[in-house]
Ligand binder design. Structure first.
Ligand SMILES: Cc1cc2nc3c(=O)[nH]c(=O)nc-3n(C[C@H](O)[C@H](O)[C@H](O)COP(=O)(O)OP(=O)(O)OC[C@H]3O[C@@H](n4cnc5c(N)ncnc54)[C@H](O)[C@@H]3O)c2cc1C
Length: 402
């Protein structure tokens, strides 16, 4: 049985794992990232790259490489409620150079980060390497086992293997969180002949949907109750068109129920993110709802905080081994301390948004045509909402810097 040795072994090559790998390798720390898939290309898992991540791309000197990859910047996000279009989020007033959210396929972003990391000799990415369990010695995690039967020994194992994390289960951790009442059905259709305005939320008495522009098609989502099932494709198409009438000319592109992918929405969090020798970050520590599309950015923010706190502990100067391990454990605890509160705050907002969206209350916000009172309320509240929403969606709470 082969054993590879490294300083940090990261399980999972998603946004959290690849970003942390890049940041550690950049600091000269030997790091192995194990990703179970053979490539980054897979089902839609969200595309949004927010200003917080764009600032980081700038700080890493990757802007030119990023701009070379096709992406769609959006300076504002709109919602159509009962046929009334509302300009709901406006990023143009944000401080800093990145006053927009951009849509880039997640695999392109991961390729870009992995290529940047590969420039450092201490970065080792192993694709097609599925982790099956952890190795423990004297109460400390000292490595992982892979499905191929080999082992990677490390001073620290970082679980970044997503919301169904094998490693956190192996660590004996269970995420906690009250159930969410809604799920999301993802599907794609060609862009309709009459172009849609930029990314939109749509809400009316028939439901809530989202349309996200991709260069060649629209990535769409329909919110449904946990107990609602797609029985026939005709029923599904009919429901979509009632929510977004402008999809009528293209909805037949959803040919069968197999073209509709259900995302079991979860919002949960580990009570404890670390154990001696191991730390969980990203969705492995806290599954985010797709509401506001902040999952990737929260995963990246965890990676930045982890890198900043772990790097000094991984380079203990002149300390004996035990003191080094202790410093590492303290750093892991500090990562949880730093990231838990901003995560809990965002999850709290997401949870409330699910109740609001799932119970149809959003459709009661505005009549068509709006009443005088609604017009007055919109005039008063929208400018504030636009700015607050841009800040919360664009940067989240407690944005991290390198
Ligand atoms: C349908 C959908 C739509 C979404 N939309 C958005 C959006 O628009 N914007 C947004 O910001 N977020 C969105 N999200 C959430 C976002 O994808 C996640 O929050 C984010 O990807 C979390 O990053 P991560 O690195 O923690 O985990 P993941 O991205 O889940 O990455 C985990 C990685 O670990 C690998 N892995 C798993 N098990 C093992 C194992 N045993 N061994 C080795 N590797 C393993 C997986 O293959 C994967 O590559 C969406 C999620 C879904 C499912």
């Amino acid at each position: 049985m082969a054993t590879q040795r490294t300083e940090v072994c990261i399980t999972g090559g998603g946004p959290a794992g690849v970003m942390l790998g890049l940041l550690l390798a950049r600091a000269g720390i030997d790091v192995v990232v194990l990703e179970k898939h053979d490539d980054f290309f897979r089902d839609f898992r969200g595309d949004t790259v927010h200003p917080s991540t764009l600032d980081l791309i700038d700080a890493l000197g990757l802007r030119a490489a990023f701009d070379a990859v096709p992406h769609t910047p959006l300076r504002r996000l709109d919602a159509v409620i009962n046929g009334i279009r509302i300009h709901a989020v406006d990023f143009t007033g944000l401080p800093g150079p990145n006053r927009f959210v951009t849509l880039m396929p997640q695999w392109d972003l991961l390729d870009l980060l992995a290529e940047a990391a590969a420039r450092y000799a201490s970065f080792h990415l192993r694709m097609g390497a599925e982790v099956t369990g952890v190795i423990e010695r004297d109460g400390r995690v000292v490595g992982v086992r892979t499905a191929a039967g080999d082992e990677v020994e490390a001073r620290l194992v970082v679980a970044a293997d997503g919301r169904t994390s094998t490693v956190r289960t192996a660590l004996g951790f269970t995420a906690e969180g009250a159930p969410v009442g809604t799920d999301v059905l993802w599907f794609r259709v060609p862009r309709p002949p009459q172009p849609l305005p930029d990314t939109l939320g749509w809400a009316n008495a028939a439901g809530v949907a989202i349309t996200i522009p991709r260069p060649e098609y629209l990535q769409c989502a329909l919110l449904v109750g946990k107990d609602e099932h797609v029985d026939t494709v005709e029923g599904f198409r009919d429901r979509v068109v009632r929510v977004v009438p402008r999809l009528a000319p293209v909805i037949d592109a959803v040919a069968s129920v197999d073209d509709v992918k259900r995302l079991n929405v979860q919002i949960d969090r580990l009570p404890r993110w670390w154990r001696p020798g191991a730390l969980c970050i990203g969705d492995a520590a806290h599954a985010m709802s797709p509401v506001f599309g902040v999952g990737i950015n929260y995963a990246v923010q965890d990676a930045v905080a982890a890198a900043r706190l772990l790097i000094p502990a991984l380079r203990p100067r002149g300390s004996v081994k035990d003191a080094g391990d202790l410093a590492l454990d303290v750093a892991c605890a500090a990562v949880q301390w730093r990231r838990e509160r901003p995560t809990a705050m965002m999850q709290g907002i997401q949870r409330r948004a699910h109740v609001f969206l799932g119970t149809g209350r959003v459709a009661q916000l505005i009549d068509n045509p709006p009443t005088r009172r609604q017009r007055a309320a919109l005039r008063l509240l929208l400018p504030i909402l636009r700015r607050v929403a841009a800040r919360v969606v664009g940067y989240g709470f407690r944005p991290e810097r390198l």
